[in-house]
Design a protein around this ligand. Structure first.
Ligand code: ADP
Ligand code: MG
Length: 208
């Protein structure tokens, strides 16, 4: 995978987020303020617009620029969190013109670490981390079992989906939804859902 491949992944993420913005907004309206869809679509549409300028960058620089664009445009809690995730993912690919699935694993590890630090959050608090962390674990397990990268990514998507369902069963202790306490139980977390869409876009792009 090189910059060109990464650009098609990011373009597909942006298109999926834009297509799903109403759904993400609806999810956020149940337990937050209803802006997660427009926040994410604003950020990723801006990223998509800038992709032609980013095409001369190495993967690390490209991801850093995507992250910075998200921080500057998303607004809401998810902006700095996803922004940090993309910037940290970039740091893991530093100096590489090409990267493989193992580099992608390292990128996700750093991204998750970045979200946890920035959000002072951990697994089980009804946030994006509840799809990110199990998804990465499934990816690593599948690769360790000798599966090819497409199979491993399919496992990662399935685990992210399970993570989204899991967020329905717990109360939020971080973010806006935490104001609802136990009344947030029964609703799926918007950020966990948008991450599932992101990893699904990665899988769908690579499968082609
Ligand atoms: P806001 O909550 O400011 O309106 P968004 O609606 O765009 O921002 O994003 C909400 C999502 O951000 C939540 O669904 C959750 O997944 C994620 N989130 C909020 N706070 C945290 C945190 N401290 N750590 C990780 N994720 C968080
Ligand atoms: Mg919101």
């Amino acid at each position: 995978m090189n910059t060109e491949g990464l650009i098609s992944i990011i373009k597909n993420i942006a298109e999926k987020i834009d297509m799903e913005k109403d759904f993400l907004g609806e999810l956020d309206s149940f337990i937050g303020d209803g802006d997660h869809g427009i926040n994410m679509a604003r950020g990723f549409n801006e990223v998509k617009k800038k992709l032609p300028e980013f095409s001369s960058l190495e993967p690390a620089e490209l991801l850093k620029s995507v992250g910075m664009t998200l921080v500057a445009t998303v607004g809401g809690a998810s902006g700095p969190l996803y922004g940090t995730a993309f910037m940290k993912a970039g740091a893991a690919l530093k100096g590489k013109e090409n990267f493989d699935i193992n580099d992608f694993v390292s990128a996700l590890e750093l991204a998750i670490e970045g979200v946890m630090k920035r959000g002072r959050s951990t697994q089980g608090e009804k946030t994006m981390l509840d799809s990110m962390i199990p998804s990465l674990t499934a990816l690593k397990t599948s690769l360790a079992n000798g599966d090819d990268s497409i199979t491993a990514l399919r496992e990662a998507v399935a685990a992210a989906e399970d993570g989204v369902y899991y967020t329905k069963t717990i109360a939020a202790t971080k973010g806006r939804a935490s104001y609802l306490g136990v009344r947030s139980i029964g609703y799926q977390d918007p950020g966990a859902t948008s991450y599932k869409m992101i990893i699904e876009s990665v899988y769908e792009t690579l499968k082609q």
